[in-house]
Design a protein around this ligand. Structure first.
Ligand code: FES
Length: 126
């Protein structure tokens, strides 16, 4: 059963060039995120632009540029590589979107909040 720090959806509902949004919660903290499918590669990011911290999608669930080759922040136009989250144009070039762990479990996409910093699970990853 999905807990509040985990989000699941059927992969088929996020075809190439599409995205989906979700919210995760842990210890009273809410994280808004989104998953994108870029040419069959799924990635999940926190929905927060590193420029000034606004969500990327002023128009809900609109993350791709018109040509579908990049992600774009609708506030000031920062452009990001879909598979790395690296900003390649706009006011925060060189910054990155914050990635969230995503696993494809059969036909299901699973995104979980990473373990809190300093937890035994986080220490094992270091
Ligand atoms: S807030 Fe995203 S480019 Fe300024």
């Amino acid at each position: 059963m999905a807990g509040p720090d985990e989000w699941r959806c059927a992969a088929v509902t996020v075809p190439p060039g599409h995205s989906a949004t979700f919210r995760l919660e842990r210890a009273g903290r809410t994280v808004s995120g989104f998953v994108v499918n870029h040419d069959g590669h799924y990635r999940a990011y926190v929905n927060r632009c590193p420029h000034v911290g606004t969500p990327l999608d002023l128009w809900p669930n609109e993350f791709f540029t018109e040509d579908g080759r990049a992600l774009i922040c609708s506030t000031h136009g920062a452009v990001y590589e879909p598979t790395s989250g690296l900003c390649t144009a706009g006011p925060c070039v060189g910054d990155r979107l914050t990635a969230l762990p995503l696993v494809v479990d059969g036909a299901t996409l699973v995104v979980r909040l990473p373990p809190p910093t300093g937890s035994p699970a986080a220490a094992a990853d270091e």
